[in-house]
Design a protein around this ligand. Structure first.
Ligand code: AMP
Length: 304
């Protein structure tokens, strides 16, 4: 099954207690597309970059067989830039700067051959753009959407319109509280489901993720890691792994949603092991399967 990924392509400057990089390839669409490419194909990408986006970034996506027909290149424009800094508590990050650049005038055009994509993954971008994408696709089976505090605070009204048209919302705990104005995460998930999506996934950084549907509260652990270098993109890698598994299996039953959450957590765990997108560069399906199985062991216990 095909996955259409729409989101940011970026040049990120990241500082963690373990190092720093400047202008490295990033952006929500890059992480989502690459993570989902380990599960299914074709992965189709819609986004925009400036003339300064490095050819290595394009080559990286091509190596993962991502279809780039929907990528707009504004030769005389500057790529979206984001800078963030993590303290010792890697769950908390400060955004130092966000420069929208070519994103400011981005008008997503979905190529004809992408319009019938069955799975749509709306990366973390302006909800106005997310709506424009939804207006151009034909009857998708599942729409998965990511967002963040930046958009909840600035484009709350538009985000609510997007929420009415999606099936799965993925967001982190502080964003869930901000969106729902409800401190308890279970209640928060219920409030958000009332806004549209039937499935809400609340990520809790190194404490795992909650999958919430009408019937189900599933708590997935995070993979306990000794070396986390850079959490950037973990949320998007999670979304990509989740979407990729669902598209591969095309099965929306609750048991399979749980597996998709674990595959999402698996891809997120690989992502944080290295700086930027490097952690997702050269995985094998066997490595992914192996870590997926280790997740089962994490919280398995005998009854007596
Ligand atoms: P994550 O760590 O999963 O939340 O995603 C980090 C990625 O999101 C980085 O590569 C950034 O370039 C991108 N990003 C950060 N802020 C924004 C924003 N306001 N809109 C779109 N993408 C963003």
């Amino acid at each position: 099954m095909s996955v259409l990924v729409v989101g940011s392509l970026a040049l990120d400057s990241i500082e963690t207690p373990f190092g720093a990089v400047d202008n490295t390839i990033g952006g929500s669409a890059v992480y989502v597309a690459v993570a989902s490419s380990y599960f299914t194909n074709p992965i189709r990408l819609v986004g925009v970059v400036g003339g300064d986006f490095p050819p290595e970034g394009i080559a990286f996506l091509e190596r993962r067989n991502v279809d780039l027909e929907g990528l707009q290149i504004v030769r005389d424009g500057k790529t979206f830039r984001w800078a963030g800094k993590y303290q010792y508590d890697l769950n908390a990050r400060d955004t130092l700067s966000t420069e929208l650049n070519v994103f400011e005038s981005f008008d997503p055009k979905i190529p004809e051959k992408y319009r019938k994509s069955r799975y749509i993954c709306l990366g973390n971008i302006d909800p106005v753009l997310q709506l424009k994408v939804l207006d151009q696709v034909e009857n998708p089976r599942v729409v998965i959407c990511d967002t963040m505090n930046y958009w909840i605070e600035r484009k709350g009204k538009e985000l609510r319109q997007t929420l009415e048209r999606i099936n799965v919302l993925i967001l982190n705990d502080s964003e869930a509280r901000l969106l729902s104005r409800e401190p308890n995460l279970i209640k928060s998930g219920r409030v958000i489901r009332g806004m549209g999506p039937t499935v809400v996934i609340i990520k809790k950084g190194e404490h795992g993720a909650l999958l919430l549907t009408e019937q189900l509260v599933f708590s997935a652990p995070a993979y306990p890691m000794e070396s986390i270098f850079d959490p950037t993109g973990a949320g998007d890698a999670f979304a990509g792994g989740f979407a990729g598994w669902l598209a591969r299996t095309d099965d929306l039953h609750e048991e399979n949603l749980k597996k998709a959450v674990i595959y999402g957590s698996t891809l997120a765990s690989f992502c944080v092991e290295k700086f930027g997108v490097e952690g997702l560069a050269d995985l094998t399906y066997l490595q992914i399967q192996d870590r997926f199985r280790q997740f089962r062991e994490l919280s398995r216990f005998e009854e007596d």
